[in-house]
Design a protein around this ligand. Structure first.
Ligand code: ATP
Ligand code: MG
Length: 528
């Protein structure tokens, strides 16, 4: 070997040794202890896990195959875990690891227009979500000092609600009724009416049939409501754990927007299913059953959820979250456990009656059993002016109608009330997915309270209403503007509107029978 080659080799070795020495110094070996538990048993959405002595309450645990679960029952020797994924592949003896975090969900503007599950996975085939931020699904409700009273109305586009049971931004209004009475339709109509109104909507379907969800998604799509709506879905065959976390996850999404100062409308469809899933989990975890086999903390389940909907004050951005929780009653029993709990948590309820539904009076809102405890203060002046008289006349009508059915002979003024009541009922009827603008509603209500419909045949009421709404276009722009804002209508403007209405309704007015005669005739006919 020549001396120069020898030297070169020596240098290379030196280099290599120096490099190795530097690397060795950089490496600081340390030991990280990882707790690993084992699955003892798994079934029906619950896993029992051994080990993991330091796992915390509600900590997310990871099972093989990227399946997650929530540590829910922390006992001395084992943990009861609520499974959030397909647990059918898991076996006793599988490893379980801690994640040191709680369940969270991606939040951000990217969610708008998407359909996701409660873990933030896309269900609409439009690719993964790109949101950077994540928020825990369980968050404390805003403190009292950060809240402000409900002052702005949230228009649902349904006359019966906007006029008689008004809802304000930040209110929690329960929708309740037996199965198939139009509960979902009311909530969806309220979402459809938020188009171009700067209100973000979150619709949370809990444990529903795929077919029902598909129908709802199709309605939202058809009316371009996805432009401002986030949909969260768990279906009937998902594990009950997903049903349990769904409303909390949806609320976190709503809160993200509310904290940015936006107005949010959130619909939980429905909380009966949520309570049932929670009962199932609690019983499987061997928690002691209470009334109707529900666990003792069932009230807390829903109160901590709905307490998060509120109207924040200006210092906190002025955003709001209006909640429309839905629950299903059985055999019209409003005083069952879950309904009474929710009635006491919310600021009012919209009760849907199966008998009205079967008579075709849709939406089947039972005005007598429905109430809005805070919305009245937020209602616009123009509505407030007509709603008092309307409510009274409608209540009197419903009472008299029952009398008339039993064949009582009624005097002329009572018959007049019945005639008027029938017109009110006809005006409060509204087809599905056809929310009406504020101006259209006010015009109809004005015509109604001023008795302009009273001499129109019931069969012609629909076309008369359409004509009245069409007549709006002939009004001066300044008046239409005021109607849209639903401000107080000045006497001068009111005369112009009423003139327009009597002109447009003239063709529908009957000339043959006077109101009283007709009512007498109808009652006699009803009495046989
Ligand atoms: P479920 O108990 O199954 O959840 P639900 O109470 O949510 O039922 P919906 O699904 O909203 O009821 O409505 C039941 C049926 O009534 C649907 O077929 C719907 O199309 C119809 N419906 C609801 N509201 C109206 C309406 N205003 N006009 C006409 N049809 C309506
Ligand atoms: Mg429904």
């Amino acid at each position: 070997m020549t001396p120069s080659v020898d030297n070169n080799l020596k240098q290379s070795y030196q280099h290599l040794f120096e490099h190795l020495e530097q690397s060795r110094q950089r490496v600081q070996p340390s030991f990280v202890l990882q707790e690993i538990g084992t699955v003892k048993s798994v079934s029906a959405g619950i896993a029992i896990v051994h080990g993991l002595p330091n796992a915390g309450f509600e900590e997310l645990l990871r099972f093989p195959g990227d399946i997650y679960g929530i540590a829910f029952n922390i006992d001395e020797h084992e943990i009861g875990v609520i499974m959030l994924g397909d647990y059918s592949q898991l076996n006793a003896g599988d490893e379980v690891k801690r994640t040191r975090r709680v369940v969270d969900i991606p939040v951000g503007a990217d969610l708008i227009g998407r359909v996701i599950d409660p873990l933030g996975r896309a269900l609409d085939g439009k690719g993964n979500l790109t949101c950077k931020q994540r928020m825990a699904i369980e968050r404390p409700a805003p403190e009292i000092m950060t809240r402000s009273p409900v002052t702005e109305p949230l228009q649902t586009g349904l006359k019966v609600l906007d006029a008689l049971i008004p809802i304000g931004k930040g209110q929690r209004e329960l929708i309740m009724g037996d199965r198939q009475t139009g509960k979902t339709s009311i909530a969806i109509d309220a979402i459809l009416n938020q188009k171009d109104k700067n209100v973000l909507c979150v619709y949370c379907a809990i444990g529903q049939k795929s077919a029902s969800v598909a129908k709802i998604l199709a309605t939202l799509k058809h009316h371009n409501a996805f432009e401002y709506t986030v949909v969260m879905v768990t279906e009937g065959n998902d594990p009950p754990g997903l049903d349990y976390i769904a409303p909390y996850a949806a609320t976190s999404i709503g809160e993200y927007f509310m904290e940015q100062g936006k107005d949010v409308l959130i619909v939980y469809d429905d909380l009966t299913q949520h309570a049932r899933s929670y009962r199932e989990l609690s019983l499987l975890l061997r928690r002691p059953p209470g009334r109707e086999a529900f666990p003792g903390d069932i009230f807390y389940l829903h109160s901590r959820l709905l307490e998060r909907s509120t109207h924040l004050n200006e210092a906190h951005g002025g955003g709001s979250m209006t909640a429309l929780p839905i629950i299903e009653t059985e055999e019209q029993n409003m005083s069952a456990y879950i309904p009474t709990n929710l009635i006491s948590i919310t600021d009012g309820q919209i009760y849907l009656s199966p008998s009205l539904f079967s008579l075709g009076i849709l939406p089947a809102v039972d005005v007598g059993k429905s109430v809005s405890r805070v919305g009245g203060k937020a209602q616009r002046a123009a509505y407030r002016k007509v709603s008092g008289a309307l409510k009274l006349a409608y209540a009197q009508f419903e009472e008299l109608e029952t009398f008339a059915r039993f064949g009582a002979r009624l005097d002329a003024s009572s018959l007049q009330l019945i005639e008027h009541g029938q017109r009110i009922r006809s005006c409060l009827k509204q087809a599905e997915s056809s929310p009406q603008s504020v101006a259209a509603q006010i015009v109809i209500l004005l015509a109604l309270t001023n008795g302009l419909f009273d001499s129109i045949d019931l069969a012609a009421m629909d076309s008369a209403q359409s004509a009245a709404i069409e007549g709006l276009t002939s009004l001066p722009q300044s008046i239409i503007g005021k109607l849209e804002q639903a401000e107080t209508i000045e006497e001068h403007d009111k005369h112009i509107i009423l003139d327009m209405l009597s002109q447009t309704l003239k063709p529908f007015t009957e000339s043959t029978l006077r109101t009283g005669d007709k009512a007498q005739f109808m009652v006699e006919e009803a009495n046989g």
